[in-house]
Design a protein around this ligand. Structure first.
Ligand code: SF4
Length: 246
């Protein structure tokens, strides 16, 4: 199953589960409702059914990647809201949280790309975690990545060179608080974030509705230590977003 579909399929199962709960609630309250008014059970039943149908429809459209733009916020909210239930259902099938987070990022990136955002380099912020820096590097690059000597020891130097070439703002954050601070300060129109599944998912949710595209880091040495990033992937995403000034 495709990355994007995984979470949506579990979201659909979550909707099915919620619909069953609504059905039980409706059945239990049937007599009481009919005592209030003879048509009330039908009206309440119809409302419950409508809720289930709308939720299923929105999620099905998301699977096909054809959610109408004006429903995008609702779909996004729905996917977020159903995430904890989907996580529990996923566990029953042996699906890890990381896989679901990765699926969330894939969905979020598809929604992002549909907008075809175009901004000048100065309005785009690329943000990475500190673990992308070579652990033995003596230069302090958080707060000021210009301290990087571009020695080729890690991808920080490569991203600095790319930043000089394409004009985007580059920042290395030690955590979510610093990342939020810099976004508040720089006021970018678009963010490209590089991180692990967990940090990307929470980061994208945190900055929403600010458009953010996520790139997963590569962890050949395990999590949070001398991580890397696929520069070709970063460059190709940036090329599609950044427009030259002239
Ligand atoms: S590229 Fe920059 S951050 Fe990486 S090891 Fe060299 S000086 Fe340090």
């Amino acid at each position: 199953m495709g990355k994007k579909r995984l979470l949506i399929m579990l979201n659909l199962l979550s909707v099915l589960f919620l619909s069953l709960i609504l059905l039980v609630v409706w059945r239990i309250s049937f007599l009481g409702l009919s005592e209030i008014h003879e048509h009330l059970p039908v009206i309440i039943g119809a409302i419950f059914a409508l809720i289930s149908i709308i939720l299923t429809l929105l999620l099905t459209l998301s699977i096909k990647g054809i959610t109408p733009i004006f429903f995008e916020k609702t779909s996004y909210f729905l996917i977020n809201m159903l995430f904890p239930i989907s996580l529990k259902i996923g566990k029953l099938f042996g699906i890890t949280k990381r896989k679901l987070e990765s699926s969330f990022i894939a969905i979020s990136n598809v929604l992002f790309s549909r907008h075809n955002f175009k901004v000048e380099g100065k309005d785009l912020l690329v943000i990475t975690p500190h673990c992308l820096q070579l652990a033995s590097c003596p230069h302090k690059i958080t707060r000021d990545p210009n301290n990087c000597k571009r020695c080729g020891g890690c991808n920080i130097g490569d991203l600095m060179k790319l930043s000089d070439e394409m004009g985007f703002t580059f920042f290395v954050a030690t955590g979510g608080t610093l990342a939020r601070q810099i976004i508040k300060e720089k006021r970018p129109k678009v963010v490209l974030a590089i991180a692990c599944e967990r940090d990307l998912m929470s980061g994208i949710q945190d900055v929403y509705p600010l458009p953010a595209v996520g790139v997963l880091n590569i962890r050949p040495n395990g999590p949070c230590y001398n991580t890397k990033v696929d520069l070709d992937e970063v460059r190709s995403i940036l090329k599609n977003i950044i427009v030259s000034k002239e």
